[in-house]
Design a protein around this ligand. Structure first.
Ligand code: ADP
Length: 564
């Protein structure tokens, strides 16, 4: 019998369970996925089927949504993350638009860097006209996304990047200012180390027309930075992606520079490259007796070995929407194993999120996951061979690997609901909240079940507490609750941004791809603080940064990655 929360059941029914040939049960779904993934195995198929099925059924590991939705279907596209090229001509702009529509329709999300497009009002020789510029083309992509639903279920998602030296960067920075435009895009400014140094030294910064390579404008780096901060404070966009940090850590430098990530930022990819993700539910990785709870490292290791094999199999039994995607994805075999339920694990271990102990444990846990993931990928390489571009990678000649990357921390916006656990590495957003937008026309009141269990075990649970939590979503104001319990249950907005960033940084240190995290901030957060957050993110060698100030957008969904 699978334990699933009522939210999980509703979500599965609305989006994941097959409705043809009789209605699938959640158990059928996990079997369908395991049956498909195990087709890659040459021996011990029953054993591997059982392992793949059980980690999903026990909600210990879940692959990204497209795998759950599409595995076993004809032409089942199983990956969540794609990057597509955008060149300075109508041909690639509209070819990529068509390809993005195909990917969205099949459940994936797409990222692009628009920096090669000539600026608005620039000269076009063939028509003697003037060009529309990157932001206009993004609007076309946005509109197309609006109308291509994923098998009628959810809208696609995009990441749009423009580099900090592009002539149109100022227009780009404020392109979501009205809170109406580009709603199907996360936008990020592509930041270079040169720019950050110019900012530190309060120097001028030049904007360049990519067609002519000529400077179109010079302004102070600080002025440009301030306009980013102002918009981020106002709307949450733009975020930043740190291109030099990404490329310094690119294991395939010989194949060129990476210019973009997928929509939520956790996977830097080459043009046409795709990546499939999966997440371990840390809340389930515990040893528990009546008095004591600790991390079950053996179980975690076993789960990692199964998960890495699962994700590597996904590449082999995937359906690729385009030959270009197939070629580079099969050549690099990137996968992204991450985590969900981090905040709930900390609660079970009695460690407040906003504490140095939690940050230290974050590093220990991710270091372990990283090491064991690489060991697992190495064992696969021995049996199945290295990823084909391995010789060109920084791992050659000494370290064999099956996958060019192994780890990403995805937002787990949907799969954490299925697993009834906290999102990725995020603190609890609230102890009780209405989750709107997950399913259209549906508003759910939820109280976190880990919170209820803990309060019951402490003899602190009462109907009165339930009403107070439903009203406020927090226990910080409740009398008669000991201080250390209040600390344990501090929610996202009650936790200083410093700890949000320290957690992101601890996980990033041992994540070869990137970490998707939203730094959730109280409404009262100042311009100066946002500026400090963005600068600290660069100093911490993060690959990207996203903030969200509470209440800064209308119709706030439980804010995570901007998609619902
Ligand atoms: P899930 O929980 O559904 O597996 P995540 O929230 O972890 O997905 O997001 C992982 C990645 O999946 C995102 O970075 C993005 O590439 C893709 N993705 C998420 N939501 C969407 C969406 N609505 N449409 C298309 N792709 C999406």
């Amino acid at each position: 019998m699978i334990y699933l929360s009522s939210n999980a059941r509703q979500l599965l029914k609305a989006r994941y369970l097959r409705q043809t040939d009789g209605i699938e049960t959640p158990d059928d779904l996990f079997k369908r996925v395991a049956r498909h993934i195990v087709t890659v195995e040459n021996e011990n198929n029953d054993l591997w089927f059982d392992r793949f099925y059980k980690v999903m059924r026990n909600l210990e590991f879940l692959p990204n949504s497209p795998t759950l939705m599409n595995a076993g279907l004809p032409n089942g596209q199983l990956s969540a993350c794609f990057v597509l090229p955008v060149e300075d001509n109508l041909n690639t702009i509209f070819t990529t638009l068509k390809n993005a529509a195909l990917i969205h329709h099949n459940g994936g999300g797409t990222g692009y860097n628009f920096s090669k497009i000539r600026p608005k009002d620039d000269f076009i020789s063939s028509s003697e006209g003037s060009s529309a510029g990157p932001v206009s083309f993004m609007k076309i992509y946005n509109t197309a996304t609006e109308y291509v639903k994923q098998a009628g279920k959810r809208r696609g998602a995009n990441m749009g990047i423009l580099n900090i030296n592009h002539s149109d960067i100022e227009e780009f920075i404020s392109s979501k200012s009205d809170l109406q435009s580009l709603q199907n895009f996360n936008i990020s400014v592509g930041i270079t180390n040169d720019f950050m140094h110019a900012l530190e030294e309060d120097k001028d910064w030049s904007l360049v027309n990519p067609r002519t390579n000529k400077i179109s404008k010079t302004l102070s780096a600080k002025k440009l930075w301030d306009s980013i901060i102002e918009q981020a404070l106002k709307t949450g966009d733009p975020g930043l992606i740190f291109l030099d940090t990404i490329n310094q850590n690119n294991p395939l430098k010989k194949l060129g520079k990476i210019q973009s990530t997928n929509p939520c930022g956790e996977v830097p990819l080459f043009n046409y490259e795709s990546c499939n993700l999966g997440s371990i539910n840390l809340k389930k990785m515990i040893l528990q007796n009546s008095t004591h709870i600790e991390i079950d490292w053996k179980k975690l290791e076993r789960t990692i070995i199964i998960a890495i094999r699962f994700l590597d199999n996904v590449i082999s039994c995937n359906y690729f929407v385009l030959p270009n995607i197939e070629e580079i994805t099969l050549s690099n075999r990137k996968i992204g194993l991450g985590v969900m339920g981090w905040a709930e694990l900390l609660i079970l271990l009695d460690i407040p999120y906003a504490s140095n102990k939690a940050v230290e444990l974050a590093e220990t846990v991710m270091k372990f996951i990283h090491e064991k993931s690489y060991n697992a990928s190495q064992s696969l390489a021995k049996k199945r061979g290295c990823f084909p571009s391995w010789k060109q990678s920084s791992f050659a000649p000494h370290m064999i690997l099956r996958n060019a990357t192994c780890n990403s921390i995805a937002p787990t916006g949907s799969i954490s609901i299925i697993a009834n656990t906290s999102y990725a590495i995020e603190p609890l957003y609230a102890l009780a909240f209405k989750r709107t937008g997950i399913l259209e026309n549906n508003t759910q009141m939820e109280i976190n079940t880990t919170f209820i269990d803990k309060m019951k075990s402490l003899g602190l649970w009462s109907e009165q507490l339930r009403s107070e939590i439903i009203e406020k979503g927090s226990i910080q104001h409740v009398k008669n609750i000991p201080k250390h319990i209040k600390n344990l249950f501090k929610t996202s907005l009650e936790i200083s941004w410093k700890y949000h960033l320290l957690h992101q940084s601890a996980f990033q240190r041992y994540t070869d791809n990137a970490v998707s995290k939203t730094i959730n901030l109280p409404n009262t957060t100042t311009f100066k603080e946002v500026s400090e957050i963005y600068k600290t993110a660069w100093n911490y060698n993060l690959k990207g940064i996203t903030i969200y100030r509470n209440g800064s957008r209308d119709n706030q969904v439980l804010q995570l990655c901007g998609f619902n």
